[in-house]
Design a protein around this ligand. Sequence first.
Ligand code: ZN
Length: 279
Amino acid sequence: MVAPAAARLSLNTATTRKQWNLAQAIEGCARHDIAGIAPWRDQLHTMGVDRAAQAIRAHGLTVTGLCRGGMFTGVDLAARQTAIQDNLRALEEAHALQARCLILVAGGLPTGSKDVAGARAQVREGIARILPAARQARVPLAIEPLHPMYAADRACINTLAQALDVCDAVDPLGEGGIGVAVDVYHVWWDPNLQRDIARAGARRLLAFHLCDWLVPTTDLLNDRGMMGDGVIALPLIRSWMEAAGYDGLHEVEIFSNRWWKVDPDLVLQTCKERHTAYC
Ligand code: ZN
């Protein structure tokens, strides 16, 4: 029997964050036979890590990632040290949830800085610092390159190639515990995307995030499209992921002022239908 499409799906709770708290999102996934969930830490802290872990386990959901760690850049050592501590806490939480990875959003330019190369060096250093703890917790770190429009304020790692270079730099012997998250919203435009998905290979492809790129896009953060409503060649990118050996779940992550106004059960139903039809 062919597994229903929902069996390949995971819900990134950003998709329903204005309508549902984490407990409701967990129930929603179970109700819609969605196989996985990717919680955000603010909602996780509100629910409580133990309670969330218990509810997720009770429903047999796979945690495709914990969002998020990272934000390694800072104006001084103290700021960067605070970030390290927060990432270590995030790893403990991800371990408690048996998450498949901890999503890392690198961090942008420190306040007042124009040194993007320096910011990237800080990111490499931060990731190297937490990698031993990630290995110990058996929670791999997934560097998520963000679209270059976020380079200043969110993430100075903007292409898959850059993310993979960081992986190579901090894990030169290929011991593992480090990889990438491929979010179509951030990387669909990259002329080297196919090449770099192949370069990552199954070992470093830790997560696959789905949505669509709307034309026009009216908000840089909160106007992501539902799959099928935009211009991303989703089946093509999926085929590259699968050719590289990725066999994990497909995580729907839609930050959208529009979809946040829709009945969340209808959002999940639409995600399932669109995933079947357009991905
Ligand atoms: Zn993402």
